[in-house]
Ligand binder design. Structure first.
Ligand SMILES: Cc1cc2nc3c(=O)[nH]c(=O)nc-3n(C[C@H](O)[C@H](O)[C@H](O)COP(=O)(O)O)c2cc1C
Length: 179
């Protein structure tokens, strides 16, 4: 199984990337492609630029999705929504293919230092990603990242760890069944 993983952030210290990496440990036998949105930096989307053509990076992002079997991602929340970096990749990609996520089974996550764990961006993505052909199998938000996550051992809050592990197991079973 080919896994495409990413954080919706370009931060070199992204906590969402840490959460993704922690989850990927449970998929160590699989073919993992953890991409960095910094490799998909494009000019800010505009309809005027679009008339001149699409950046290679947008095609590349869609190709990464095309090549994978499942998507594991965690979105950063900026001002209650997507980070500008993620939104830009999303916008450009959606203009090439509105089915951005190409019906790939997705484990959708978010985390933030706050108590809602990126719940706003999660709600937006949960509501609208399916309109872009996301097949969201499960979601998980980790609140208070710096209290609930240890950089060495991962999620340390027992209840949240239990919830996440159950969701990972269910996700694995669901995508196996779909094979
Ligand atoms: C411009 C900006 C806006 C932010 N807005 C929110 C917000 O609305 N809700 C929230 O929970 N955290 C917010 N944060 C804090 C981010 O959740 C925090 O920076 C987190 O580390 C971002 O994820 P990342 O480390 O994966 O990039 C904001 C941070 C920045 C820089």
């Amino acid at each position: 199984m080919k896994i495409l993983a990413f954080a919706g952030s370009t931060s070199s210290t992204s906590i969402n990337r840490e959460l993704v990496k922690f989850v990927l440990k449970d998929f160590h036998d699989e073919d993992i492609n953890l991409i960095d949105l910094n490799d998909f930096t494009m000019p800010v989307f505009s309809v005027d630029l679009e008339k001149k053509g699409f950046p290679d990076e947008a095609h590349n992002f869609l190709k990464k999705i095309e090549e994978c079997d499942v998507i594991i991602c965690s979105l950063a929340e900026h001002n209650r929504s997507y980070s500008a970096a993620f939104k830009n990749v999303f916008d450009w990609s959606s203009r090439i293919n509105v089915k951005v996520f190409q019906n790939k089974p997705m484990l959708l996550m978010s985390t933030s230092p706050g108590g809602y764990g990126g719940g706003n961006v999660m709600n937006t993505a949960k509501t609208f990603f399916p309109q872009f052909a996301a097949d969201i199998k499960d979601t998980f938000s980790l609140p208070k990242f710096y209290e609930n996550f240890d950089m060495e051992s991962g999620v340390i809050n027992p209840d949240l760890l239990k919830e996440l592990k159950e969701k990972i197991e269910n996700f694995k079973n669901t995508v196996k069944t779909n094979d």
